[in-house]
Design a protein around this ligand. Sequence first.
Ligand SMILES: *[C@@H]1O[C@H](CO)[C@@H](O)[C@H](O)[C@H]1NC(C)=O
Ligand SMILES: *[C@@H]1O[C@H](CO)[C@@H](O)[C@H](O)[C@H]1NC(C)=O
Length: 307
Amino acid sequence: MASSKLLAVVFLSSLLALHAPMTTTAANSNLFRDYIGAIFNGVKFTDVPINPKVRFDFILAFVIDYTTATEPPTPTNGQFNIFWQNTVLTASDVASIKQSNPNVRVAVSLGGATVNNRPVFFNITSVDSWVKNAVSSLTKIVQEYNLDGIDIDYEQFQVDPATFAECVGRLVTTLKSNGVIKMASIAPFDNADVQRHYQALWNSYGSVIDYINFQFYAYSASTTEAQYVSHFDNQIANYPGGNILASFTTAPTTTSVPINTSLNACQTLQSQGKLYGIFIWAADHSRSQGFRYDTQAQALLANAPSY
Ligand SMILES: *[C@@H]1O[C@H](CO)[C@@H](O)[C@H](O)[C@H]1NC(C)=O
Ligand SMILES: *[C@@H]1O[C@H](CO)[C@@H](O)[C@H](O)[C@H]1NC(C)=O
């Protein structure tokens, strides 16, 4: 949404719309993103192979507006605390990975599915106070770690879609207009309640959301390549004009879409000119596989026929 190239495509397609049905704005690009830090297994930025021909984002997982000191952690109405392994993913590590790789940016993800094995809820006291607290606590963390953006990954909600949209939309808008962040993404998956919340956000605030990290690995293990491609097409329709990223998980699981099916689908999507990027959950898990699939996904993006 943010790139001038995409704006040009949107403009062109609206001209074509005079004579032809509205075309999609999906396009190939070379954005690779890797979540990191949630598993606390010591994985470092420098462990992960970085292909200089892709745009590479690390996404620290997670910051959560929950307490760290109490057991169990409880909601704090927008006061974000660090829940990634910041003893091995430090502010100086962020500085040095960006220094040695000009194609690297670092973001942080808000929320996540669980904290200490309990569900994380988006749960607020009031919109105005949540936004105020979130802006100040995230500004502090983003500046301390010299981060480039945020990702929104709440998965369970105590508020209606319109309230979620207003809170997160105002947060992202404010952080961008204050110059604190340059990019923002959302990480929905195909669950009716989750989609309602993120589509409400997209419909009101899509212009400040740069990427959609859609969790395609949340589909079942029996998903075929053709079904993956068709799920991708559905998300292009659900998030009109959005930059949809394909994805897979390197976690040891038997219930998610297999990696080879996902990578084959990525190739097909790229041959159809629709593969904006790929993200992986998560570098922590990829390490035991020698980052083989992180390398393969980047090679595919680096060799995009055109974008
Ligand atoms: C939501 O927040 C309220 C007020 O802090 C708290 O009483 C309630 O238990 C929270 N709900 C969940 C599901 O965490
Ligand atoms: C993916 O890999 C699994 C196990 O290695 C294999 O059984 C399966 O046939 C492969 N599927 C595809 C689509 O290549």
